[in-house]
Design a protein around this ligand. Sequence first.
Ligand SMILES: Cc1cc2nc3c(=O)[nH]c(=O)nc-3n(C[C@H](O)[C@H](O)[C@H](O)COP(=O)(O)OP(=O)(O)OC[C@H]3O[C@@H](n4cnc5c(N)ncnc54)[C@H](O)[C@@H]3O)c2cc1C
Length: 372
Amino acid sequence: MRQRIAVVGGGPGGLTFARVLHRHGHPVTVLERDPHPAARPPGGTLDLQRGLGQAALEKAGLLPEFRALSRPEGQAMRILDPDGTVLRDWRPGPKELANPEIDRGHLRDLLLGPLDVRWGRGVTRVAPGGRDGVLVHFADGRREPFDLVVGADGAWSRVRPALSPATPRYTGVTAVETSLDDVDTRHPDLARLVGDGSLAVYGVHRALVAQRNSGGHVKVYAQFRAPLDWHADLDLADAEAVRAHLLALFDGWAPPVLDLLRRGSAFVHRPLHVLPVSHTWPHVPGVTLLGDAAHLMPPLGAGANLAMLEGAELAEALAAGPADPDDAVRAFEERMWARAGRWARMTADGLERLVSADPGAAVALFDRVQAR
Ligand SMILES: Cc1cc2nc3c(=O)[nH]c(=O)nc-3n(C[C@H](O)[C@H](O)[C@H](O)COP(=O)(O)OP(=O)(O)OC[C@H]3O[C@@H](n4cnc5c(N)ncnc54)[C@H](O)[C@@H]3O)c2cc1C
């Protein structure tokens, strides 16, 4: 009998896993909680690195389509002082393809392609060790058995408790996201300020980052160190109250930089959580994790890349048809833990420097990464 394989979560990791299995002619069931692909805004832009996310797309046979959709010019990076002084203004050369940007929605559509996703299938838990395999429990009370269940269901994974008691902890850094539409015509001054890629402004214990997406859309992230309940006296649904709070928090910064907050539309609270660095678990036959569900880390350009490469590698290993697929899962876990542990340390260290008492540390980190 062919293995009954399910992946919980249709994010970058789960979809890459399913797409590579599909490419090798193996059926896979994708269980996604969202009722349909457009149920919520897909999120901002992702940079996909050559040895990680791009390697995964190559395994999925999707690299040419990615090249057509992505924005190499989006690799540009400008760093300002809070007073508006330009500290760094890096632009990629015409052949620079190390980390092109792609809108999350475009990446999702690219990966979805021919996949038959079961939308609106929220999983509540999985129970390994049953006579008929691993039992997946759904929010509507139904249950279904599989031989292998891959938890790619993100930070607050419902699959993870079957393997590990770990839960995400708050880093002490929070982010509030806002966005601007149609910047090139409606806000040409801010379009010039942000440029083709990202703009970052680092102050003491706070940072403001703006990233250009396609279609003149810009996402702005105000990041700062604060207790998790920093908004206890604030109604987060009241955009003007949140705006006033942020403008007070970033008081004294250059007016064009603050305009990113003044003209932004709705505000979304995104406190940054992480799983323990080097999170592992005793192997359980029939269940594994990948992506944020396995190693949630600060959002510094690695999470989606790792999730995709892991999805592609696990799918290839299973498609190779080992006598015991569990051997492939064990080997995959060892490899994932080693690589993700290195990235978790790097990104934890990165967050300490980017939102720190010494804004110079952020610029030094940028220079170090550029010099590699
Ligand atoms: C602001 C920001 C910017 C970022 N920029 C980058 C970047 O440039 N590059 C990069 O590599 N990473 C970036 N990241 C990190 C990246 O977004 C994540 O690491 C990545 O999305 C993880 O992919 P995933 O597939 O593991 O999980 P997710 O993307 O979280 O997908 C999980 C999926 O599972 C579904 N799901 C959840 N629970 C259930 C359930 N119970 N049942 C069924 N389905 C469920 C969800 O609806 C979702 O579709 C950024 C993160 C943030 C917040």
